[in-house]
Design a protein around this ligand. Sequence first.
Ligand SMILES: [Fe+2]
Length: 264
Amino acid sequence: MRDNIIPISLGAAATGLLYREHSIRTRAERLSAATFETLLNTIDANDAETGAHVRRVAAYALVLGEDAGLDERTLHSIERVALFHDIGKLHGALTDIFHDPSKLTPEERRAVTTHPQRGAEVLAPLGSFYPELPKGVAAHHERWDGSGYPRGLKGRRIPLQARVVSIADAFDAITHRRRYSAARSFSEATRAIAEGKGTQFDPDLVDLFLTPEVLAKIEAAMREANAPRKKNTGPRQREVRSTPDVNFRWRPRSLGSQSRDRQP
Ligand SMILES: [Fe+2]
């Protein structure tokens, strides 16, 4: 009889420890999701247009990343880099420039090129948990041939996350109306991506992007992004033209009915 008591107590203690560990992990995941969501809200509050842009870029980047067969962890990191790649544009030194529809002066153009590094600096505290985030954000304007900025990184020295996001970013920049340029067609955008193969963009990723399967998914994501959708804004609901509501896919299922309960 006494022999049974010890194993049962040990079993209960182990279960308790496991439960405690699980609940600590869940809280950490929720805190992480809340942090990212707060950051995204900050982008929306400062510049809703950039908030919409980064969500579309995240949707396109995930299509490309998934078709590249990347693992879940890498897909999460791509999503984070996509969502926060332009956070540096919110810097006080740059907001007026980005909101001015007139042509940029050479000095303003130089200032604009600082936004990847400024973004990386904003995100630096998260770098201990997500090292790929500031690195990917800093590199999203690097070019495959080494002629990009800020560091002139070349080829595979450019983080994969940044290589994927740069194609998605260019695609959205072309197909979506901006203050200083009209939206161009889907086929014009694919032509521009094809032309950037091996110069601006990773050639393998361009080949994948231009396959009929990926283009069909990108087109579907684009349609969804441009469809009017209901956005819950509290007691009232209003009709908005918005982008796909990118779920924080690392958010535990209990925090959102549509989230996909994945690890950070
Ligand atoms: Fe950018």
